[in-house]
Design a protein around this ligand. Structure first.
Ligand SMILES: Nc1nc2c(c(=O)[nH]1)N=C([C@H](O)[C@H](O)COP(=O)(O)OP(=O)(O)OP(=O)(O)O)CN2
Ligand SMILES: [Zn+2]
Length: 109
């Protein structure tokens, strides 16, 4: 099995829609650190699981310097973003989304 891991650094804003009172309901930003893991049993014609540039294009291109509430049709929690990444990037098996040093969500297929 081949594995590639891409690290992305993204600046983006969001607010959360919650059923309890929280400061996170107010628009605020994070410098998100995201690790995307892709796997394949065999490599493509270019000798890759997936081009690192393609991963960046799909995730960074969609999220960086955006208000995530405008970009996504779901509540942009770290968990939901991790799931979206796994569903969006070909061969993705794991996405780790870090809002800050202490707050990380992981989705694994
Ligand atoms: N399970 C989740 N919990 C929370 C999420 C999330 O995506 N998944 N997101 C948030 C907010 O985005 C919020 O911005 C996090 O705020 P932050 O101040 O960084 O976190 P803490 O309140 O834990 O404060 P620290 O001082 O950093 O511990 C909230 N929860
Ligand atoms: Zn936040």
């Amino acid at each position: 099995m081949y594995t590639v891991i891409k690290k992305l650094e993204i600046s983006a804003a969001h607010h959360l829609v919650l059923d309890y009172e929280s400061k996170c309901e107010n628009l605020h930003g994070h410098n998100w650190i995201i690790y995307v893991t892709c796997q394949a049993e065999s490599l493509d014609a270019n000798g890759m699981v997936i081009d690192f540039k393609k991963i960046k294009e799909l995730i960074h291109g969609t999220m960086d310097h955006h208000n995530l509430n405008d970009v996504f049709d779901f509540n942009p929690t770290a968990e939901n973003i991790a799931k979206w990444i796994c569903d969006t990037v070909p061969n993705c098996v794991r996405a780790e989304v870090r809002e800050s040093e202490g707050n990380t969500a992981v989705y694994e297929k």
